[in-house]
Design a protein around this ligand. Sequence first.
Ligand code: SF4
Length: 408
Amino acid sequence: MDAELNLNILIEDTLLSEDLKNIAKKVGDQVRVTFEEAVILYETAELAYLGVLANFIREKRHGKKTFFNRNFHIEPTNLCIYDCKFCSYSRLIKERSQGWEYTMAEMLGMVKNYDGIPVTEVHIVGGVLPQYDLKFYSELFTAIHLHRPELHVKALTPVEYHYIFKKAKMDYSTGMKLMKEAGLDSIPGGGAEIFHPEIREQIAKDKCTGDQWLQIHEEWHKLGMRSNATMLYGHIEKYWHRVDHLDKLRKLQDKTGGFQAFIPLKFRNQDNQMSHIPEVSVIEDLRNYAISRIFLDNFDHIKAYWAMIGRNTAQLSLNFGVDDIDGTLDDTTKIYSMAGAEEQHPAMTTRELVELIKQVGKQPIERNTFYDVVTDYKDFIFVDDVKPKYYKLPVITQSDQVENNPVN
Ligand code: SF4
């Protein structure tokens, strides 16, 4: 296997520091990398080295398989009671004229727009506002399920759950049970930012804490349910804050096994209160994907949002530990574009996603939310590509010639 060969060559490299050589050996032996070693990776490892390690792990787990799904987003509102410094998406309530607040009927209308279209998941996430409370979301999830029972509802983050449960004077455990009964199928990974209070209090001080984020996911996992996790990187945090974040996720995953995918989110500096902070480079993005893959040995999937990092970087990321590039989206999300992402109207057809993945030698797999295979596109031929076996020339009779050629 190429990935294994590359790792062995790396381990033999006499120019490599002892620390990096030991870490490479550990990865080869499938031994867990420590907190301190992850900091060493962030501080000293070059991209090519990290790529070899991350790709070795990726290929062991998934081979060339690369996952995507057919999904759409509903963003109930872009108004928010919170004021996260990095947020380009939300408008404070005092700027109400610049916002949208969809009603239940409007959101159900959005779901109905997909009737007959083979999407498998609706992803619901937005700002926090008082009218979107426990009752509202319970009714919304139930109504979506009544209309389209097979559509997977992936919705809200601990930021919203903490708020609506607190408002309803309900503990997390009772609240999550209620959400499950209402029709919630899984939780996306948002709202995690950086868990460490030293950073969180500077960039997102009023919303749920890192510990509360983890507790809500834990309660959800206890119900036998699945969720994702994110990390907002590349702003004021130090490398060790990232490792602390990854370490907390790894510990919870050891306990519950409920996380499916980890999604690193790049800080973008357009139109927010941290615009003075430069964005990190694509090299740093790839290093971060790779280190996440190396450190999170108990997470099945590392995901990149193509809409956030752009199609070319998404392709590159597939050689740095990423095995999932999210979904078709259908231009239904504004979160990335408002933050200055390359993709201002993110939408790809299934065919475009398949081609994007095949162009870099990977095997496209359309998945559902739980990573069951919907379609393996390895040898798939799209209808448009089917060439007729033979082409039958029209038979022109003498009378046709006379009719069609009046000069004769
Ligand atoms: S990041 Fe989320 S919670 Fe924070 S201001 Fe933006 S929408 Fe509100």
